[in-house]
Design a protein around this ligand. Structure first.
Ligand code: BJW
Length: 236
């Protein structure tokens, strides 16, 4: 496989999804043995689900916080290759991840937007004040920013909620000359629409995924296989 000539580009936007962390031992969502086979999406990834059964939702995120961020999950070669690319690239570089783990940061990436939130943060349901958080979250944990404290909720973007950092993301997409999507099925919007935004301003687009995504026809170049092998080869 030929690698990209990085010096050809001035503004790179990279989008990552669950597939980039799969080889670090983190389950994806839509695989046969993925998270949505074990949990009902509407129970654990919606505000209604959280209101119905907060304990179930807190437990879902507590377990994942312990194992992905504070446990044995470590970045793989794809995470490290993106951190090295950012380090050596002279132009503007933005890494947008849909993942809530911190493996990009552990690998050394700097300019990262977690558009679906982060496991290592919680927020006040009333003021949206965000607080770093490393322990289990319980329904007895209250924020201290309100006059009448409310329970803290996971800092996660559930279905029907507005993803984070969209202004910055669309600003970068509007100027991008290279867009790469890695390890994402292309089923969840608005992230699945980013490739069309980038293409509309003439950016080159590359998909790196185990299999063709739902939106593969929008990409100029398709690379199908494991991220840990393809990403280091692509950006070396
Ligand atoms: C490998 C690999 C290896 C494996 N190497 N690859 C109808 C039409 C359009 C939109 C909507 C609609 N109805 C509702 C909507 C909106 C909705 C939506 O998109 N729904 C769809 C299901 C249709 N979206 C929202 O509600 C979002 N908010 C929103 O739209 O706000 C309004 C708005 C309006 C206008 C502009 C902007 C905004 C919020 C979405 C929140 C998503 N939340 C979740 C859960 C929270 C986080 C968590 O608990 O972890 O985020 S859902 C889940 O899916 C998670 C992920 O970030 C997200 C994406 O999944 P991802 O990363 O693609 O994972 P998979 O498993 O699907 O795919 C992994 C891929 O990797 C596979 O293809 C594998 O092959 C591959 N792979 N191993 C390389 N080793």
């Amino acid at each position: 496989m030929r690698s990209i000539v990085v010096s050809k580009y001035k503004k790179i936007v990279i989008l990552t999804g669950a597939g980039i962390s799969a080889e670090s031992g983190i389950s994806t969502f839509r695989a046969k043995d993925g998270l949505w086979e074990k949990y009902k999406l509407e129970d654990v990834a919606t505000l209604d689900g959280y209101k119905r059964d907060p304990e179930l939702v807190l437990d879902f995120y507590n377990k994942r916080r312990q194992s992905f961020c504070l446990g044995t999950s470590k970045p793989n070669a794809a995470h490290y290759a993106l951190a090295e690319l950012e380090e050596k690239f002279d132009g503007e570089f933005l890494l947008v991840t849909q993942n809530i783990d911190n493996l990009h940061e552990q690998a050394g990436s700097k300019n990262v937007i977690h558009m679906h939130g982060e496991l290592l943060k919680v927020r006040c349901a009333k003021t949206n004040q965000v607080i770093p958080w490393t322990t289990d979250l319980t329904s007895n944990d209250f924020c201290t920013c309100c006059q009448y404290p409310l329970p803290l909720r996971p800092h996660i973007v559930w279905f029907g909620e507005m993803p984070l950092g969209l202004d910055i993301i669309y600003h970068h997409l509007a100027q991008a000359d290279l867009f790469i999507a890695i390890g994402t099925s292309g089923t969840v919007y608005p992230a699945a629409g980013f490739v069309e935004e980038a293409k509309s301003v003439g950016a080159e687009s590359i998909e790196v995924n185990l299999e063709p995504s739902e939106i593969n026809s929008h990409f100029d170049i398709l690379l199908h296989g494991k991220a840990s092998q393809l990403v280091p080869e692509l950006v070396k």
